[in-house]
Design a binder for this molecule. Structure first.
Ligand code: HEC
Ligand code: HEC
Ligand code: HEC
Ligand code: HEC
Ligand code: HEC
Length: 497
């Protein structure tokens, strides 16, 4: 049996070219199978091995097959014989008996063709499946996707595949993404990639086809109570509390709702921005089911913008642009780790020094690791020698926590530093919600989109000593009596609604 196939293969390889073809086909077939077995057993786990198993070797396999037929063709040209004559020359009569199609040779050819088809379809379906795996997207292209991969693994979506947000469903989306992926491989190979990778991602599918496969817009969210703790730069790193009750829910149809009103099933908000970053609006429109239409135009921009426009229907990603790749703000990052007890607040001036250590400019990650350690140890040794000795374990822990914080957020090879990818949730300066909720955008009556402090959240504490300060009783001599009373009332009315 085995010898028969050897004989067949020898018969097929008519010349050098054919020989190379046979060797290539056979060896890439066998290597592919061995690599796949190694992967299944768990010996090989690297994402790039998949590229080799499912792409490189199957490609060599096809090249080998092509060489075999090129070999036949060359041989025919050279000897002037036709296929029939060549077959008779290369194989014994017994193999060819019964006419070509009924012969043993035909059976062997048929068998090999079947094996080829099975092998190639298995390899390509494995390839498609494998390329959809987050591990591939996140690690196959060297370090380019590392920042997104790191933040993704620590987010609520760590079990959601990259393609579920970046590609969506349907054959059109698939082809789109493979073409785009091809371009990415080219741009990485020739180092044409922009660093940092530009955001927003303009070819991201509409949220209807991605986010809304799992989160539906009219899901009831109610409101969400959130306490933000900020630590001071004083000796004790004193905590201050801001508590908001975020009015997340969409409401129903035409009724007044909360934050998710924008993407409620029946509402449509469109906007046009001057810049690709979608930060400076030219106009914002609202269309509602009763046919009502409103347009707010930027009174400062109208005459000066240069005609470049980016129109877009607002969706989830306009607010949740950091749904999964959450790069922290430097203050938030330090505050959060103190809150979680990872950084020990009993260390003198902890907040101030930790922040200084992670935000000093470093040329690369290695220098940063050293710089952070030197900064922290140096500070306590110089200023608080007793603390440096007594609490050396806490200082060591702080150093390693701050180093990890740095590595999560800062990626030198991509020019990614603090604040490169800001979040649109909230309103730092005139960003986030205030891109639209501001007084420059006005309708024909001169009215703007509300920026009322209690439109989006009740405020229950604002940089206070108490997490729920405005819910406590207040006496009328207090300087903030009016505001306190107003905010308390507003929240109670919201609850009663
Ligand atoms: C929950 C949905 C979701 C998942 C899962 C997801 N992404 Fe993203 N990704 C986004 C959004 C949203 C943006 C920002 C788009 C914007 O601002 O327009 C983004 C942006 C990016 C960017 C551009 C740079 C940036 O940070 O803005 C890269 C690169 C990226 N993602 C890679 C990945 C990789 C690799 C994976 C899988 C390991 C992945 N993403 C998984 C939603 C997702
Ligand atoms: C494949 C399903 C899936 C897709 C697609 C998906 N999500 Fe999620 N999302 C989840 C799950 C599951 C959770 C809850 C995780 C948990 O509670 O631990 C979640 C949580 C969230 C949260 C709360 C996060 C937090 O940290 O509390 C937000 C916001 C969110 N998703 C937005 C989005 C946006 C925006 C998109 C589209 C870019 C999206 N999701 C796409 C499944 C998905
Ligand atoms: C106008 C801005 C905006 C839009 C548009 C928006 N969200 Fe949100 N969403 C918020 C804010 C603000 C919160 C409050 C929680 C927070 O601060 O993270 C929130 C909360 C959430 C949560 C968490 C709720 C909880 O209780 O933990 C999920 C999940 C979510 N959004 C998904 C979506 C999805 C899916 C879409 C698109 C259909 C969407 N959001 C559209 C602003 C928005
Ligand atoms: C692209 C522009 C745009 C952005 C960005 C935006 N909004 Fe809005 N928002 C609007 C418009 C337009 C309205 C409706 C104004 C009107 O009805 O006249 C609105 C209305 C609202 C309302 C009132 C809903 C109701 O039922 O009346 C809330 C609450 C709200 N937005 C919260 C937010 C929050 C929170 C953010 C940031 C996370 C945000 N918005 C970001 C355009 C925007
Ligand atoms: C269009 C909606 C909207 C309006 C109007 C609005 N806010 Fe906010 N605000 C938000 C959202 C969303 C967050 C972010 C919550 C989060 O971090 O998840 C936020 C966060 C905050 C924070 C916490 C900031 C931090 O990180 O420490 C404060 C304080 C605050 N708002 C005060 C105000 C005040 C004061 C006003 C009135 C001038 C106001 N807000 C108007 C939506 C709004």
């Amino acid at each position: 049996m085995f010898r028969k196939y050897i004989r067949f293969i020898r018969g097929v390889a008519v010349n050098r070219v054919g020989m190379v073809g046979v060797v290539l086909t056979t060896s890439s077939f066998i290597t592919s199978i061995i690599l796949e077995i190694a992967r299944l057993v768990g010996i090989l786990t690297n994402a790039r091995v998949g590229l080799i198993t499912y792409l490189l070797f199957p490609a060599l396999f096809v090249v080998g097959l092509a060489l075999i037929s090129v070999g036949w063709h060359l041989c025919r040209e050279k000897t002037g014989k036709n296929t029939r004559e060549l077959l008779e020359e290369r194989f014994d009569a017994e193999q060819l008996k019964g006419g070509f199609f009924g012969s043993k040779l035909a059976l062997t050819v048929g068998f090999f063709t079947l094996v080829n088809i099975l092998f190639l379809s298995a390899a390509s379906s494995r390839m498609l499946y494998f390329m959809d795996e987050p591990r591939f997207c996140g690690t196959a292209c060297h370090s380019v996707m590392n920042p997104e991969w790191v933040t993704y693994q620590q987010s609520s979506h760590a079990r959601v595949k990259c393609i579920d947000c970046h590609v969506g469903e349907g054959i059109g989306a698939l082809i789109d993404s493979k073409l785009n992926g091809m371009w990415q491989i080219i741009s990485i190979t020739f180092d044409l990639l922009e660093r940092p990778i530009p955001t927003p991602v303009h070819q991201l599918r509409p949220a209807r086809e991605t986010c809304e496969k799992c989160h539906w817009p009219n899901k009831f969210y109610g409101s969400r109570l959130q306490t933000i703790v900020r630590y001071g730069k004083d000796h004790e790193s004193t905590p201050r509390y801001t508590t908001l009750n975020l009015k997340v829910d969409a409401g129903k149809g035409m009724e007044k709702g909360g934050i998710h009103w924008h993407t409620g099933e029946e509402n449509l908000v469109r906007y046009s921005s001057v810049d690709d970053e979608r930060e400076e609006m030219i106009w914002v429109e609202v269309i509602q089911p009763d046919g009502s239409f409103k347009r707010y135009t930027n009174k400062k921009l109208i005459s000066s913008h240069n005609g470049h426009e980016n129109k877009r229907i607002l969706d989830c990603v306009d607010c949740h642009n950091r749904a999964t790749h959450i790069f922290e703000d430097s203050h938030d990052a330090v505050d959060e780790r103190i809150r979680l007890g990872l950084l020990d607040r009993s260390l003198s001036y902890l907040k101030r020094e930790a922040l200084a250590a992670v935000t000093a400019g470093y040329p690369d990650a290695e220098a940063a690791m050293e710089g952070i350690a030197n900064h922290m140890h140096g500070f306590y040794r110089r200023r608080f020698p007793d603390v440096a000795i007594e609490k050396s374990a806490q200082i060591d822990k702080a150093v390693s926590v701050l180093q990890a914080t740095y590595n999560r957020n800062i990626h030198h090879q991509l020019n990614l530093t603090w604040g490169t990818y800001p979040s649109h949730i909230g309103h730092k300066g005139d960003k986030g919600c205030f891109r639209c909720h501001n007084t420059d955008l006005v309708n024909e009556n001169g009215a703007s989109i509300s920026g009322d402090c209690t439109l989006c959240h009740s405020i229950l504490a604002f940089e206070s000593d108490e997490a729920f300060e405005y819910l406590l009783p207040v006496d009328s001599t207090n300087r903030d009596f009016r505001m306190h009373q107003y905010l308390q009332q507003e929240f109670l009315e919201f609850l009663a609604d």
